[in-house]
Design a protein around this ligand. Structure first.
Ligand code: HEC
Ligand code: HEC
Ligand code: HEC
Ligand code: HEC
Length: 163
């Protein structure tokens, strides 16, 4: 386990160090986020995502494509991340919450989530355009171009402002 951690840490360093803070956190899958993020009053983020193309991205892969790492890296969170870090995330949930918000095992507790600062310390990511461009680019065989403002609008799932 220790050796494995060292190897993994070196691998992360090799990637450029950006992912170092994520190394302790595991991917828990959208069903876990749903428990707290599906109430209409607070924006029902789970429902919004479940109705988006991201949640259905695996349905676009036919036959062997569904096992092809070249397709999975953009069509599935579970197919793109280090297997050792997968707790309860499944391949079929496609581009899931944790692609954009970071692996959730550290920040999922209510006491952490209630504080943005603590959540960010425990691995939460608030994504920017750079993250979208990792998949929305011309390495995609069906690339349709990417306009951040328009695309963001299509996947918007805000917490409604308090009245
Ligand atoms: C135990 C309940 C709970 C779970 C489980 C949970 N969250 Fe949260 N989350 C919250 C609460 C409470 C807030 C704060 C909401 C607010 O500020 O009104 C929050 C806020 C957030 C925010 C906004 C942070 C900010 O400051 O803008 C994001 C993004 C988020 N959660 C993503 C997730 C994801 C992704 C998962 C699953 C991996 C998840 N949450 C699991 C309760 C939870
Ligand atoms: C891990 C790769 C990945 C990331 C990161 C990603 N996407 Fe996507 N996105 C996809 C895939 C794959 C599809 C196509 C799903 C399908 O139809 O099979 C898609 C589809 C979409 C669509 C639907 C386009 C249409 O044709 O209607 C929108 C909108 C979108 N993404 C917005 C975003 C935004 C905004 C971001 C960044 C905040 C983002 N995506 C980040 C992989 C990604
Ligand atoms: C670099 C990331 C990336 C890779 C690699 C990738 N895709 Fe996609 N794929 C996307 C995105 C993003 C979209 C959404 C289209 C858009 O808005 O540009 C998409 C959309 C699709 C669609 C829907 C097309 C449509 O007209 O709506 C199919 C089918 C598809 N991809 C199949 C595949 C297959 C098969 C592979 C592997 C050979 C693959 N993709 C590899 C990112 C990728
Ligand atoms: C394709 C990337 C992507 C996916 C997938 C995704 N989100 Fe987000 N999420 C974003 C972006 C972008 C924002 C807006 C960030 C900002 O306010 O600048 C956001 C914002 C949020 C917020 C805060 C809203 C607010 O008004 O402060 C919550 C809560 C949240 N997401 C939860 C989730 C949950 C739960 C899932 C899965 C069920 C999920 N997200 C899936 C990209 C994504």
């Amino acid at each position: 386990m220790y050796i494995k951690s060292i190897l993994f840490a070196s691998f992360l360093l090799f990637l450029g160090g950006n992912y170092l803070t994520a190394q302790d956190y595991e991917y828990i899958g959208a069903a876990k986020c749903k428990m707290c993020h599906n109430k209409p009053a607070t924006g029902a983020q789970y429902k919004q995502w479940a109705e988006s193309k991201h949640a259905h991205a695996m349905e676009s892969l036919k036959g062997d494509e569904a096992n092809d790492p070249k397709c999975l890296k953009c069509h599935s969170t579970a197919g793109a991340v280090n297997e050792d870090l997968i707790a309860t995330l499944t391949v079929k949930e496609g581009v899931s919450c944790e692609t954009c918000h970071g692996p959730g095992s550290g920040y999922k507790a209510k006491s952490v989530m209630e504080s943005r600062e603590k959540s960010l310390e425990k691995g939460l990511i608030i994504p920017t355009e750079a993250l979208c461009l990792e998949c929305h680019n011309d390495n995609s065989p069906h690339f349709k171009g990417f306009n951040y403002d328009e695309y963001l609008e299509k996947i918007a799932h805000p917490i409604p402002a308090a009245e």
